[in-house]
Design a protein around this ligand. Structure first.
Ligand SMILES: [Zn+2]
Length: 294
């Protein structure tokens, strides 16, 4: 699930340069294949990344769309060594099972412990710990655990190129929905900051095109979240006690009605963060500033 604040904010335009069903060469080792599942939730569609040539790692096979899976098999010549997923939302991992069946490659990814909107078919042969590496003759992928968008989210750093496969942790031109309880705003912001310790040269996101200035993008995303949090605190001070629904209407103006639920969920994630920090309190579904705050 990847509806993003860009749509919520009704700003920006869909990623240019995305082709559906045709592999796009991004670097010596990496090709991108975008699945035909464009929507207001997935933007131009889910990006599947093909890493390596002799023995390919397929990262985020996407939905169980037979055309897309056939294209993956054709483009790789079936030489698939690993099927890796960043997280198990329904637009990222359901293609894994069929691809594993067709090739015998293991599915690797972490399970969600607090899952909602999850892929029920996800059955990994193994998972990742933070810093764990998949090293082959052609490439080294380092797993970086990035909870926030989902509790089981993992980004992968292609060490030879400094390219970060960011799944839905970072998407191009937008910010992602944080849907509690699997989504967690505090964890999300901490995971963004953590990435700044790595030698990133580019970000290859789950949706959209390659981001060439990774550190500026991370700073922008953090700033955007904190600005929204400030807007929320202003509204909370004026309207308390107030429901998530009331606050969402005030904080997100010009909201596409299809995205109301996503906006409310993300706002709830902000409120839960503020609650953990002792800034906001909830009682019978109504939120207020904690006593002692202005
Ligand atoms: Zn997602």
């Amino acid at each position: 699930m990847t509806a993003c604040d860009r749509w919520l904010d009704a700003a920006g335009s869909l990623a240019a340069g995305i082709e559906i069903g045709t592999p796009v060469t991004l670097s010596q080792r990496v090709r991108r294949l975008t699945a035909p599942n464009a929507s207001y939730m997935t933007g131009p569609g889910t990006n599947t990344y093909l890493i390596g040539h002799e023995r390919v790692a397929v990262l985020d096979p996407g939905t169980a769309d037979s055309r897309h899976l056939e294209t993956i098999l054709a483009v790789t010549g079936g030489r698939i060594g690993w099927i890796i997923v960043t997280h198990t939302h329904p637009d990222h991992s359901p293609g894994a099972a069929e691809l594993a069946q067709a090739t015998g490659a293991p599915v690797l990814g972490n399970r969600s412990l607090r899952g909602v909107h999850q892929d029920p078919t996800f059955a990994p042969a193994g998972g990742f710990s933070h810093g764990q590496k998949l090293a082959t003759e052609e490439f080294t992928l380092q797993a970086l655990l990035t909870p926030g968008h989902a509790d089981n989210h993992v980004c992968f750093l292609l060490e030879e190129e400094g390219m970060l496969f960011s799944g839905d942790h970072i998407m191009q031109g937008s910010s992602v929905v944080i849907f509690p309880p699997s989504g967690d705003m505090r964890a999300y912001l901490a995971s963004l900051q953590m990435l700044k310790d790595y030698p990133l040269q580019s970000i290859a996101p789950g949706h959209g095109t390659v981001i060439r200035e990774p550190f500026a993008e991370i700073d922008k995303l953090v700033k955007h979240r904190l600005q929204r949090e400030r807007r929320l605190l202003e509204q909370l001070a004026r309207r308390q006690p107030a429901s998530v629904q009331t606050l969402a209407r005030k904080v997100y103006t010009q909201l596409d009605p299809r995205l109301t639920r996503m906006a409310e969920a993300t706002l709830l994630a902000h409120l839960l963060k503020l609650q953990e920090e002792g800034v906001a309190v909830e009682s019978a579904g109504e939120w207020s500033l904690a006593a002692g705050d202005d």
